[in-house]
Design a protein around this ligand. Structure first.
Ligand code: DUC
Ligand code: ZN
Ligand code: ZN
Length: 482
């Protein structure tokens, strides 16, 4: 045998979104050069008894996101990348935020500068908070630079769009060939419920869930889809937490509407009861939409089985429990209204989904790959470079031990955040090694990638997000106005 390849992953079982088979993977120049038998390489990584999966593609994570007060999320590109690689994720799509009243360009440039420290490959969603004429004029250039998804928040001050503003974002995306991703909860109703709860003295973290029950997610999901249908603009509904919202997506898909649904591991293993832990502890589990209950979780698994939900992302949004900018930023007795929302989850995404999904028999191995790598890569224009084990793709791989039992701890997460909401959770299935573009960047938990070794992934036009060409009365409002 001659050394045909730089690196050979030998003796594992390759898993794709379609099938599983025994094969070696030959890597040259950072790409997969061959998948076959008896390959020889200058370096060999033994994958005997392990699965060889495509590196995880996490298309929803908040890393070093700039805050209105001039600061940034605690999780930096360096720490967030370390956590991602430790958990078997090699590519992420993070966020650039527009601040109301300001242009997008300068802040996007700052995001790009900060991401220069990344160790994973990365793309961006652009959050649009203020779609003025000037901003809409900026968007063609932003999209052409490779930021091909626009994020719309239907709730959350100061990010939230009203319906008319949301329509303007949808129309801009249609004109310039971008996907729109949407946070679906009803802003006014949450504000009204919050006032009522606070007036009744119900201020503890558990009342976060009371302030935003599933009916408000269902309503906003319905509205987000209906308005996207009006404009004929494809959307992905972010972080679906309950079957009521998933049902809205399923109904629209039956009509042929181009809408996709994402969910996250927190909705499989956390519940509203976690926010009712003693003292302020419940703040550790606060995210939006709120974790629900066992019946909701069962409904999400059903929606995954039916294909209504086809991406599982982390929505990693870390706020330390003790840090000065974290969950207690407004004091240890702050009302739920004043506690930052979000939970960290970059490193735990794959083990939790494997454990809850594959190890329990709810989904198969190829479903796991489809949900965590192939479909997110397709939907966000990163496929076939990312998300599949096949010749020509970047050699992003995870060597996965399907049987290893691990108890999650914060130290294993390798993020900067001082806690994990999954402390003590027993999981089956664990990443043993991570390979990013042919470089072994994690082995047995030790991350060896260099800051700055991640690559920007500019996203060009792709067919999957093309409008379907169905408009009421054949009239295209997006073409007629901005
Ligand atoms: N919800 C979001 O929509 N984003 C980040 C954190 C959260 O809880
Ligand atoms: Zn959101
Ligand atoms: Zn988010």
């Amino acid at each position: 045998m001659t050394d045909d390849f730089d690196l050979v992953i030998r003796g594992g079982t390759v898993v794709t979104a379609a099938e599983q088979f025994r094969a070696d993977v030959g890597i040259s120049g950072g790409r997969i050069a061959a998948v076959g038998a008896s390959l020889a390489g200058a370096r060999v990584l033994d994958a005997g008894g392990l699965l060889v999966l495509p590196g995880g593609v996490d298309t929803h994570c908040h890393i070093e996101q700039l805050q209105a007060d001039g600061g940034a999320d605690e999780e930096t590109w360096e720490t967030g990348s370390r956590s991602a690689l430790a958990g078997g994720t090699t590519s992420v799509v993070s966020f650039s935020t527009q601040f109301k009243g300001r242009a997008i360009g300068p802040s996007l440039a700052e995001y790009r500068r900060r991401a220069g420290q990344a160790m994973v490959d990365y793309a961006f969603h652009q959050i649009v908070t203020d779609p003025t004429d000037a901003v809409l004029n900026e968007l063609p250039g932003i999209i052409a630079s490779g930021v091909r998804s626009l994020k719309a928040f239907l709730t959350y001050d100061p990010l939230r769009l009203d319906d008319r503003q949301y329509l303007r974002v949808l129309a801009a995306a249609r004109r310039h060939g971008a996907l729109v991703t949407v946070h679906c909860e009803n802003y006014d109703a949450i504000g009204w419920m919050t006032e009522a709860l606070l007036a009744a003295g119900l201020t503890a973290p558990q009342y976060h869930a009371w302030s935003r029950p599933p009916v408000l997610e269902r309503e906003a999901t319905h509205r987000a889809i209906a308005l996207a249908e009006l404009v004929d603009q494809p959307i992905q509904v972010f972080h679906v937490s309950c079957p009521e919202a998933a049902d809205e997506i399923a109904r629209a898909r039956l009509r042929g509407v181009r809408v996709w649904g994402e969910t996250c591991p927190q909705y499989f293993v956390l519940s509203a009861a976690d926010m009712d832990r003693p003292g302020f502890e419940g703040a550790k589990f606060m995210c939006s939409p709120a974790p629900r209950d066992a019946a909701a979780t069962a409904g999400l698994w059903e929606a995954i089985r039916l294909g209504t939900l086809d991406v599982v992302s982390s929505d990693h949004s870390g706020w330390s429990y003790d840090g000065p900018r974290g969950k207690r930023v407004n004091g240890a007795d702050a009302s739920f209204r004043d506690i930052p929302n979000g939970v960290p989850g970059l490193a735990s995404r794959l083990p939790i989904l494997w454990s809850e999904g594959v190890a329990t028999g709810r989904i198969g191995l190829s479903d796991f790959v489809r949900l965590t790598a192939t479909q997110p890569a397709r939907l966000f224009g990163l496929h076939p470079r990312k998300g599949s084990v096949m010749p020509g793709a970047d050699a992003d791989l995870v060597l996965w031990d399907p049987a290893r039992r691990t108890t999650l701890t914060n130290a294993l997460m390798q993020h900067v955040i001082d806690y994990t909401p999954y402390e003590g959770l027993a999981v089956t299935g664990w990443p043993v090694a991570t390979v990013r573009r042919g470089e072994v960047v994690m082995q047995d938990g030790r991350v060896t990638a260099q800051p700055g070794s991640g690559q920007y992934l500019p996203v060009g036009p792709y067919d999957m997000i093309a409008p379907r060409g169905v408009l009421a009365h054949g009239f295209d409002p997006a073409a007629a106005c901005s």
